[in-house]
Design a protein around this ligand. Structure first.
Ligand code: FMN
Length: 206
């Protein structure tokens, strides 16, 4: 375990980085380390309804930028992670049955899980909304891990998913971009943290 001071330091280090140093590239092992943190993120029923597409190509980044509110991070970052929400796999019996079977539980317990799962997803308003929320958890795992190893990031929701997916040749019947995560190194230090007071945000009932 790491000590509190180090954790706190990384929480303050992480900020929504607006300008990346275009001359600095993330080492391969750091990229892998950050993506691994995304892979290890928790997901509802363990469905892991995500895929991480990493763009490290200036031409593609330039093509994407106009569909991302023209934000400079898209072209200035070292690596642009596109977080894709899997919208059909979690409703596919072959997929979700295997995700339960891999737990190696007795057949009866596996069947009970599958039944509970089918009941649960049958009541969801939107599979896309449900899987997107989980993708955001994976994104936070990556942002926090990146900060812990001195890599900057910026979560980006300001983009037109349909257009980004078109540029990237994404099959939107299967998956859709829900969040972009540029990674790299800051040009300037972060602005002071603006947050509502602890007492306003937290209520403890004892
Ligand atoms: C879901 C989400 C979407 C965001 N989209 C953008 C964005 O499109 N562009 C941007 O510059 N910042 C974006 N941000 C960053 C926020 O503005 C930022 O996290 C917030 O102002 C707090 O600042 P801090 O992260 O630097 O502490 C987004 C943050 C989140 C969580």
């Amino acid at each position: 375990m790491i000590d509190r001071e180090a954790v706190e330091e990384s929480l303050y280090f992480r900020h929504a980085c607006k300008r990346f140093d275009t001359k600095r590239k993330i080492p391969d092992e750091d990229r892998r380390f950050i993506l691994e943190a995304g892979r290890l993120a928790p997901s509802s029923f363990g469905m892991e309804p995500w895929r991480f597409l990493v763009i490290r190509n200036e031409e593609i980044q330039a093509e994407l930028r106009p569909h991302c509110w023209d934000q400079p991070q898209i072209i200035e970052c070292s690596d642009l992670i596109i977080i894709l929400a899997q919208i059909t796999a979690p409703a596919n019996p072959a997929y979700y049955s295997e995700m339960f079977r891999r737990r190696g539980l007795p057949e009866e317990a596996t069947r009970a899980y599958i039944e509970r799962y089918e009941h649960y997803i049958g009541k969801l308003h939107s599979i896309q909304g449900w899987v997107s929320r989980q993708c955001y958890i994976a994104a936070d795992h990556m942002m926090i891990t990146a900060a812990q190893i001195g890599v900057d990031s910026c979560p980006i929701e300001g983009f037109v998913s349909r257009k980004v997916d078109k540029v990237l040749g994404i099959d939107r019947k299967k998956e859709r971009s829900v969040l972009l995560l540029p990674l790299g190194y800051r040009v300037q230090g972060p602005r002071p943290k603006l947050r509502r007071p602890f007492e306003e945000v937290v209520t403890i009932l004892e």
